[in-house]
Design a protein around this ligand. Sequence first.
Ligand code: EPU
Length: 420
Amino acid sequence: MVGDVEIAGAKNAALPILAAAAMTDETVYIENIPDVRDVNILLETMRGIGVAVKRNDRHSVMLNAGNVHNLIVEDEGSKKIRGSYYLLGAFLGKYKQTEVVLPGGCDIGCRAIDQHIKGFRALGAEVVIEHGLVKVRAQHLHGEHIYMDRVSVGATINIMMAAALADGMTIIENCAKEPHVVDVANFLNSCGANIKGAGTDVIRIRGVARLHGTEYTIIPDQIEAGTFMFAAAVTKGDVTVKNVIPKHLESVTAKLLEIGCEVEEADDCVRVVASKPPLHTQVRTLPYPGFPTDMQPQITVALALAKGTSIVTESIFENRFKYVDELTRMGAEIRVEGGDTAIIDGVAKYTGASITAPDLRGGAALVIAALAAEGFSTVEDIKYVERGYEDFHIKLQGLGAQIELVETDKDIQKFKLKVG
Ligand code: EPU
């Protein structure tokens, strides 16, 4: 694949920022919202409980949560996504109570919320799980010193949101440092919160009485960017990903260099050139600034074409190798041991096959493998990919990929005739 691709706003920043926008009664204007399924579901959920949501254009939205009439969030959409659980922290802070359906999200392993609960309780809330709802309620929220037993993006953000409107100082130790955690803190600060240290292991939050409206632009999606960078590596391409923050891509860039790609960084874009098959390597997923779990399938798809044996260890989620069976159908030689380690013997090429996306990132990685494969492939259940990638197939077409969204067997036949 060759050419330039524009990266959208970060899904995993947009979800908590939209929820946090409901923490003020004033109007909030947010730009660079990605037009992806999970974000649109959350906006619908928020509309359903009385938040006024106005999409000014595809990527900007105006919200006003001055007339929220329902603090019980249990619509069908919010069960399917993970982001709905950010309404827990947001509304616990603002209204001192809420009930939110236990969150869904991709099936990539056990997705516990014990650290969220631990944090809410430390701030003075009662938390119970009943009839599929997480119910939180506090007479009074107070600052507290909280040590996270496990680095969690979701728990760090949820506790930070509730603490922003608690009395006194909260200190969260061993917190997640992902760029989207920093983005949520910056957003809240632009609404009048007092949060320091986001992006380090320790976040300090001095509670304020209320938040006000703001205008805010969401950071670029580093996982979408990383996916296109690896797409270049897998297809021996030359791709410039634009509208990115190169600093957020350091671990991805480091691994691309290690496997023999050239990577050129400029202020807000990164170019990846791959002219040879990848070199083998080892990688372990880790919290930021380590190599992201959300990039694990994409690097595996590259390493499966490397000369020699590579090892990929998943240390965040227990069940994130489901796509491997599908990749095997395309000729990959990968053994998953103990559920968390993939031992990959590189093959010279993939061959086209009918495969199924098991989840968001695994699905995107399979699409990339299919683009590198000899012959045709069909990837079913592309709805997973649409959860987090805006116009994925259109952006790939822009890079010269022969790819189309199809509904029926007839569409598939037409596509085959068209591309020969
Ligand atoms: N964990 C606990 N207890 C908790 C919270 C988390 O044990 O209370 C565990 C999880 O089971 C997991 C690990 O800690 O093993 C990390 O979980 P984390 O809370 O960091 O993940 P998350 O908030 O559920 C977000 C992203 C994921 C991304 C992870 C890790 C959103 C909506 N989701 O999930 O994104 O993989 O952080 O970076 O922000 C994706 O976009 O494809 C995706 C799955």
